[in-house]
Design a protein around this ligand. Structure first.
Ligand code: NAP
Length: 183
């Protein structure tokens, strides 16, 4: 049985967590709020393979120690879906280093980014080792009859699941152009 990780899997990506949990691997879910994690557990049909980690990812040592402990119990991570705010770039890099140094073969990072990532040099991507396959998912917006709006949680999760199913290297959920029309 493999081991997947999702960071930020109790908010707009909750349906991604539920989908990952249905795929037959162990699933480690990271968020701060214990009640939101328990709510997710209630919504997963078979929660036996769920590992819930309640922590603040800004605490880099706590994050990496918890992930290392999860790896000890459930095995190396082959797939990580990561939605982390840019205030935690150090933690993202530490997480990527931690996962790269513990896999036997290769692993896949599905990095979920806000719409600004479509602009040149607007966001920092993590430095990757050769054993990491990088998949980028940019969340854009939707527009109808000239009126734009941000994506719904359902649209976001559907787009991320599509990227996972197709192992897509680059995904834009919705649109990022015309940029000046964003909500
Ligand atoms: N392009 C778009 O349309 C777009 C792009 C981005 C966001 N959005 C919208 O903006 C809303 C707000 O985004 P959001 O990221 O604040 O909400 P969110 O996805 O609903 O929540 C963020 C997720 O990350 C976790 N998290 C946040 N900070 C954390 C920390 N320091 N340590 C550990 N886990 C942490 C949260 O868990 P806890 O609650 O337990 O902390 C939750 O699981 C979303 O609901 C979405 O609708 C839209």
């Amino acid at each position: 049985m493999g081991h997947d990780v999702i960071v930020g899997g109790t908010g707009m990506l909750k349906d991604v967590s539920i989908w990952l949990a249905s795929q037959g691997n162990h699933l480690t879910v990271i968020g701060r709020n214990h009640d939101r994690l328990l709510q997710l557990e209630r919504e997963v049909p078979d929660s036996g393979n769920l590992n819930l980690l309640s922590l603040d990812y800004h605490n880099v040592d706590q994050l990496t120690n918890a992930v290392l402990q999860a790896i000890k119990v459930h095995g190396p991570v082959s797939r990580a879906v990561v939605w982390m705010h840019s205030t935690a770039n150090d933690a993202l890099q530490a997480l990527v280093d931690c996962l790269s140094s513990t896999v036997q073969d290769t692993w896949s990072l599905y990095h979920v980014l806000g719409s600004a990532a479509s602009r040149p040099n607007a966001v920092t991507r993590p430095e990757l080792r050769g054993n990491c396959h990088y998949h980028e998912i940019i969340l854009g917006f939707n527009m109808r009859s000239g009126i734009s709006r941000w994506l719904t949680h359902n649209e976001i999760s559907t787009g991320v699941i599509h990227a996972l199913e197709h192992e897509a290297r680059e995904t834009i959920v919705g649109i990022v152009e015309p940029w000046e029309k964003r909500p």
